[in-house]
Ligand binder design. Sequence first.
Ligand code: G3P
Length: 217
Amino acid sequence: MKFFVDTGNLSEIEILQNAGLIDGVTTNPSLVLKVNRPIIELLKDICQITDGPVSAEVVASDYDGMMREGEALASIAPNIVVKLPLTLNGLRACRSFTDRGRMTNVTLCFSANQALLAAKAGATFISPFVGRLDDLNIDGMELISDIRRIYDNYAFKTQILVASVRTPNHIREAALLGADAATVPAATLLNLIDHPLTHKGIEAFDADWKKTGQTIV
Ligand code: G3P
């Protein structure tokens, strides 16, 4: 399972990249606003840190605008993934970028039928937003399960990139369902490491080791 960090914060990306915990990065307009930097500069910096897929979102709503913005973003580095909204124009642009050999991420997916259309448009990644469905009392993970089944039924190559991940349980369930990837805030990813019994065990081993009077090196 691939892990992407959902952030525009370079130090978060660096920490996770150095630890070998991430396979790439996803961004969106809200995350760009959060770091308050010019998008092209920001994406260049991110692509210096990782050569894994870096999703960069268009903001135009018309097809020509999406194509222009997507080409500008894709020309930053070969690992840029053009992120497009799940609209008629977004799907059309997805097909065009796919035909040009560009990677694509179709975002803001909230239904299995939307995911089916994105796969037919040749998307590299589909981003179903599980947290935002849970917010509406709709089971986000049921959507992941449905998409997995549909993609497997037809051997679609589009990768399921679980987005709007809010809790460690989202990640566990996504992995159990066979999602290809998840994009996760840095704090949630780091949360996966912690377990009270791990800390307790380290303390006990440290105390006993001191009593041996030994050193390893
Ligand atoms: O990248 C988009 C997505 O992960 C947003 O998450 O928490 O704003 O619903 P959230």
